[in-house]
Design a binder for this molecule. Sequence first.
Ligand code: ADP
Length: 524
Amino acid sequence: MSSRMLRRLDPSSDLELLAEVAQLLTQFDMQRVLGRVIRLIANAVGASRAHLFLHPNYELDWRNIFQTDRLDPDTIFTASVGGLDSGLPGLAVEERSGILVRDVMMDDRRYVFGSELRDAQSALAVPLICNQDLMAVLLLLHPKPEHFTDNHFRLVQIAMNQASVAVHNARLENHVRSGRHQFQAVLHAVNNPMLVLNREGQVQMMNAAAERYFAAAEIRLKLGRKLVDTVQDDTAFNRIIDIIATPPSGEDHWLFKAHSEQRNLHFDVLMSVWENPMQGESGFVVMMHDVTTLIELDRFKNDMLRMASHDLRSPLALITGYCDVIEMDLPPDMPQLLGYLEAVRRTTTRMDNLLTDLLRIERIQSSPLELYQPINVEAMLATIIENSLPGANQKQQQLLMDFHDLPEQIVADPIMIREAMENFVSNAVKYTPDAGQIIVRAFARGTAFYFVVEDNGVGIGEEHLPKLFTSFYRAKQAGTEHIDGTGVGLSLVKTVVERHQGKVWVESQVGIGSQFGFWLPLSS
Ligand code: ADP
């Protein structure tokens, strides 16, 4: 008993040790701190050796906290990953608590002890539990029995609890750091200029694309400088600077176009507010998507369309004209030539239709629609039926009408909407065999006006349905090979309907028939 008393640390040095450990653990360099803390504890309790068994589940954390392979090998302290599934450390893991072995030879649990207790007669095993995770076990050894006391045990446990708080903080710090690295990697991988600004418009962060932009524009924008002080000469930033100066209230993001007159570049800019309520910080994130190439391509496309309309149309008209002349002069005994002429005429007509459709796309996409004209629904439906009847009659098809609960008027672009409706009906006529049936339905339900055309024609395979409303898409359905078309009509219907805030749909089954429809919102 007395020998044990002799080995007890006096309370003031206990406190000193804990104060020293606490002080050490406030330092950031966990790599060295943890090693020093353990050496300190080992010295304080007079251990001959200390070994930290690191749980392999947290190997990544440990690697970030201290690199085991870089620890100076010394006589007192070693650390290694693993070794926690057996022996005394395994027991500490199982019990999730510290174990004091006063005398290895006399201990009831000696049968589970392993080589970790070689040359030791007394031992202490204390787990390091961090936020519920058992991350390691510290094993302290002494060559003589009865060396470690209850007091030592308590002291080591308290010191390890302190260490666990520091390890927890180090893990959090690593987590934040790796999040920051990931964020930086994303930022730099984005090929469009991106800026993070504070409320005053000072640059907090910018990506490589932004740096390249400013370098090419000879703008010396450094971190911490105000955007307004450096980019006044580049019109691309006009609106951005306005928003920083007076952010429109109630909005937290803005999407707009910007043009750098100086560099002749066009951007789609997305600017949004960021906030960190914990620290009362806020600011803006600016992403500038360079759309110059798209705009140039669009211009090129428009030029091509314009050229198509004039330069291709006239030769086509000439070809058709000459066909007529040749036909008139053709001797009656040459029916084969007449067939050739017919083929030329058919092809030119198809090319002409294609040009007409191309120009319609261009017209619809670039011109503002007359969206707000009141239209008399009944009158418009009557016109559509009247225009569609000749085609249906030619194929001996039944054209039925089911109009009910019609609104008196809808507000839309009259020509575009009528063409969209006629497109559904003419397609139904086109893709329904002779003597088929077509039903045209129109009605108002809730706050929408519905227009639906059903036929019992060839139908469309399921695989085509998702692409049917894209430009130039034609579903190559067996039995429709001889039907002429450009694949443009439905895409125009979709564009027109969506520009009226409506929606199109199609349902169809091969060999049974199709249903095409759209709805438009009714103005309240
Ligand atoms: P086009 O009729 O000139 O080919 P559309 O854009 O009007 O172009 O139609 C696209 C495709 O949708 C057509 O090629 C056809 O395969 C299919 N389609 C459209 N309406 C019907 C219908 N009522 N029945 C069967 N197929 C249809």
